[in-house]
Design a protein around this ligand. Structure first.
Ligand code: C2E
Ligand code: CA
Ligand code: CA
Length: 496
């Protein structure tokens, strides 16, 4: 893949070329408009990094040059100016039909630059819609769940389902790479959303079995909203799986798909009338947010991560969050902040009136079987101090574990609300078997096949084992139970 850097500062150009080359890109830099225009005309690269201050000309003018050439590659915008200039340039570029990959503030952080190049490189090998459909059919997709909570009082409000693709050869492919591919083809994005609805209902059943009955949110592509069949289709899935419609929220990012407001409104209204919740995702980044908000029957508003991230450092972001909170309250909509990464951000958001929080500070997205044990640990953990974050997201310090409460057995019984004492002698033989296969690196799907169990049943066994062990992920469970599990496997008396 080729990269062209256009910066009038030759030293910066050289620095970017060096980073790009070591990331595996074929990179070159120019410092003058004529040379830039010549390359764009004769041999356009897949990626362009463009500075906005260029001495003889400016980046905005160069955006027009690119648009006139119908440049379709990825664009990285850079500027040492106010971030607002970058934001404006980004909008302008999007308006001109250019594809802005990211904006980088100067001085440029090497790490951010490398990450951008890596992302673009893997996107360069992006799959076809057909391959995405195959992945759905081959069970390569799964859902992770990220909690949305209030801290005062400490309560799980709902869980957002986020799709994951574990490609057998490449490994995990981020949704940011394959969703745009799926969205290129109506049949593929429909198949994907259909799969997500079905998987969410199954996860709801697993959680209900484990005593967690909170609503779930799923992400729906705005492109799905052209299909008038969706409301009935989703309702059928819910009814079949025994999930109340009010327990499903559909998160939709405002996009150009909203340009067909009559059809979109019909689909959204029918979803709402069937009892589902509707959230507008990434609020504040769309182009006609206020109009959309007035016209469409949304019940919830999710403040975009970009405002949340710098709410403590930027007066503008603080003002925006404050107005969004006011807007939501006046329109009787609930309001969620996502991308909450620090205690300071959470505190300030709460001060500004945002009660529902989502982000790495609370929890990373996790497989469904981790949720009950995570919930138990989180509920009984005192407010996490920044210095403790690393420990709190992996496993609780032993001192926090209460001694009481009988550990759950496999099957119908539910995990107690607090993590029981970690005690491998309390694991059922089935849970030990499941954990042992997990330790061998088997996926849930493989464990199910090996033990001739339903996938949901395996997830329930894993969830119960995690709760018994007082951990909420596979690695910690294996680490904590490992030797005991193995010795118990070889000592039949011990399993009872
Ligand atoms: P989103 O709906 O805005 O989801 C939030 C994204 O932010 C997720 O990325 C999540 O993992 C990430 N995130 C959560 N907390 C934090 C935090 O504290 N810091 C940071 N830096 N990131 C955080 P993910 O899972 O990669 O998903 C990216 C996007 O892909 C989603 O953004 C959503 O638009 C889309 N997506 C995910 N799953 C689905 C799906 O099932 N269907 C559709 N149509 N879109 C989906
Ligand atoms: Ca979302
Ligand atoms: Ca979002």
């Amino acid at each position: 893949m080729r990269l062209l850097v256009y910066d009038d500062d030759a030293a910066i150009g050289r620095m970017i070329v060096r980073v790009a080359t070591s990331s595996g890109l074929d990179a070159a830099a120019v410092t003058e408009a004529a040379a830039f225009a010549n390359i764009i005309r004769t041999n356009p690269p897949q990626i362009i990094a463009l500075d906005l201050q260029l001495g003889e000309t400016d980046g905005i003018e160069q955006l027009r040059v690119l648009a006139n050439q119908h440049y379709s590659g990825a664009l990285i915008l850079m500027s040492g100016f106010d971030v607002r200039v970058l934001a404006t340039a980004r909008e302008l570029a999007a308006g001109l039909g250019l594809n802005v990959e990211c904006v980088l503030e100067k001085p440029i952080e090497l790490g951010a630059l490398e990450q951008t190049f890596e992302r673009l490189l893997s996107a360069g090998q992006s799959p076809s819609p057909e391959r995405v459909r195959d992945a759905i059919a081959n069970d390569e997709m799964s859902l992770d769940f990220q909690p949305i909570v209030t801290r005062k009082p400490k309560k799980l409000v709902k869980l957002e389902a986020l799709i994951r693709w574990d490609h057998p050869a490449i490994g995990r492919i981020p949704p940011g790479i394959f969703l745009p591919v799926a969205e290129r083809d109506p049949a593929t994005i429909d198949a994907l959303t259909g799969w997500v609805v079905n998987a969410a209902v199954e996860a709801y059943q697993v959680l209900a079995e484990l005593g967690v009955r909170e609503p779930l949110s799923i992400n729906m592509s705005a492109l799905n909203l052209h299909d008038l069949e969706w409301p009935d289709r989703i309702q059928k899935h819910l009814q079949k799986g025994g999930m109340p419609a009010s327990h499903l929220c559909l998160e939709i990012t405002e996009s150009s798909a909203f340009e067909d407001p009559t059809r979109t409104m019909e689909v959204l209204s029918r979803l709402r009338l069937k009892g589902m919740q509707l959230a507008i995702d990434d609020f504040g980044t769309g182009y006609s947010s206020l109009k959309v908000l007035r016209q469409m029957p949304f019940s919830e508003l999710k403040i975009d991560q970009s405002f949340v991230k710098d709410v403590t450092t930027s007066r503008d972001s603080r003002a925006i969050v404050k107005s969004i909170v006011g807007l939501a309250a006046n329109m009787e909509m609930s309001c969620i902040a996502e991308g909450v990464e620090t205690e300071a951000i959470a505190d300030l958001l709460e001060e500004l009136g945002v009660r529902m929080l989502q982000g790495y500070l609370i929890a990373q997205p996790m497989p469904v079987e981790s949720v009950p044990a995570w919930l138990a640990i989180w509920t009984q953990t005192a407010t996490v101090k920044p210095s403790q974050q690393a420990t709190a997201t992996t496993e609780p310090p032993p001192s926090r574990e209460p001694d009481q409460s009988a550990p759950p057995k496999s099957g119908a019984s539910r995990p107690s609300p607090v993590p029981p004492k970690s005690d491998t002698t309390q694991l059922s033989p089935r849970q030990i078997e499941v954990l042992q296969l997990a330790a061998e690196g088997c996926s849930v799907k493989h464990i199910a096949r090996r033990l001739n169990l339903a996938i949901g049943t395996v997830k329930i066994h894993l969830a119960l084992a995690y709760s018994t062990l007082g951990v909420h992920n596979r690695i910690d469970a294996i680490r904590r139970a490992g030797p005991a599990v193995l010795s118990r496997m070889t000592d039949p008396d011990a399993t009872g």
